[in-house]
Design a protein around this ligand. Structure first.
Ligand code: TXA
Ligand code: MG
Length: 354
């Protein structure tokens, strides 16, 4: 008989939690148990190259329902179905438009989700009643091995409680979902740190619904007519998940958007009246009056990969208000800006306009 995997000590400090399930935290060597759980209609958290995902059998309505329940996710926010092989997409969609062929060839496996007209096989729960389905083929080794071994199409949103920052470490997953899922795979490789780029290829021209590591500039090389929503419009319902408060730590976030000197001056002034403030610096401001200063890094890639962990870290230190430095940036900067603005509930001080 196989020995059962070790259960990790619970270190959850999340207020909203139920302990109905005996969550097993395993390493990838026990992956076949997690794959079996997926086949049996259970829930498994696994790492991807973007963030951790909370997976279940995407063609089993009852299993998909468990995802919504575990996350506390509104039922009108559809999920992404993850596949291990490109050819599998044909089972899930009515057609593969030419724009999709180009993108799949260039960016799958990888951090790109495509929205297709859905096939009959795909149910109403996973798509929240839409006539389209989101599909992604991740590149993370553990994710691919799990999907392949389970033999199911794995529906998976980010593995956080609805509204919280997405998890990029197993500790963050445990904080949010311990007792709410069957398995958590303790893996590595969430190196991108922000969720996948989402492109709707069910319409012509294709539309960028969520910016991510596959950038608008890169997409335009293949699809010159792609339409990108403006930052504010990305809150609009075509990508239903984008309308909810997202990525938010408990602390109140203010984005200070502007040239380096001005934003530092502005933040220093704000800190004078705030005993419990933190600063997320970008390219190195010095803030003596802040209770906690976290360096977002020297590049937008670094800002992206650390963003969600940094936001959670401010909460761990009981910071009440966070000032996050940000500046104009294309490429990956667009994705960082999108998540940061949502984390701030669009509380943005634009110093370029002043
Ligand atoms: O990187 C990622 O995409 C991660 C990992 C786990 O793969 N997953 C992820 O899933 O971020 P989630 O559920 O947190 O975000 C999926 C987004 C939501 O904004 C959702 O509304 C949108 O994709 N979406 C899903 N199906 C859609 C559809 N048929 N049409 C439009 N938007 C859709
Ligand atoms: Mg999410």
């Amino acid at each position: 008989m196989r020995s059962s995997p070790p259960t990790r000590a619970k270190n959850s400090n999340t207020a909203i939690r139920v302990n109905r399930l005996n969550t097993k935290v395993i390493t990838a060597e026990y992956l076949s148990q997690a794959a079996q759980a997926l086949r049996d209609g259970g829930t498994v958290v696994f790492p991807t190259e973007t963030v951790y995902g909370l997976g279940a059998d995407g063609l089993n309505d009852a299993a998909v329902g468990k995802i919504y329940e575990a996350k506390g996710r509104p039922g009108d926010n559809p999920l992404i179905i993850h596949i291990a092989d490109k050819a599998d997409v044909a089972q899930l969609v009515r057609e593969i438009p030419p724009a999709a062929q180009l993108l799949m060839q260039r960016y799958w496996p990888g951090p790109l989700t495509l929205i297709f007209p859905k096939s009959e096989r795909v149910g109403q729960v996973v798509t929240a009643g839409l006539d389209t389905v989101a599909v992604r083929m991740p590149s993370n080794r553990i994710a691919r091995a799990l999907i392949r071994e389970s033999g199911v199409y794995v529906a998976a949103p980010s593995a956080n409680l609805s509204g919280s920052p997405s998890p990029t470490t197993v500790e963050h997953v445990i904080d949010d979902l311990d007792g709410r899922v069957n398995f958590i795979i303790d893996g590595t490789g969430c190196e991108i740190g922000l969720e996948s780029t989402v492109v709707d290829v069910s319409v012509t021209p294709p539309v960028l619904l969520r910016p991510g590591a596959v950038t608008l500039e890169e997409l335009r090389e293949l699809l010159p007519d792609i339409v990108a929503g403006r930052q504010e419009e990305e809150n609009a319902p075509k990508c239903p998940g984008m309308k909810y408060t997202h990525y938010a730590p408990k602390a109140q976030v203010t984005v200070v958007y502007g040239p380096k000197g001005r934003r530092q001056e502005y933040i220093k002034e704000c800190l004078k009246g705030e005993p419990n403030a933190g600063v997320l610096t970008y390219r190195g401001g010095c803030y003596e009056d802040a209770k906690l200063v976290i360096d977002a890094g020297e590049s937008m890639q670094a800002y992206a990969s650390g963003l969600f962990a940094n936001l959670r870290n401010f909460d761990t230190h009981q910071i009440r208000v966070i000032y996050a430095e940000f500046e104009q940036a294309g490429g990956m900067g667009r994705a960082v800006q999108n998540r940061l603005y949502k984390a701030a509930g669009y509380r943005v001080i634009n110093l370029y306009e002043k």
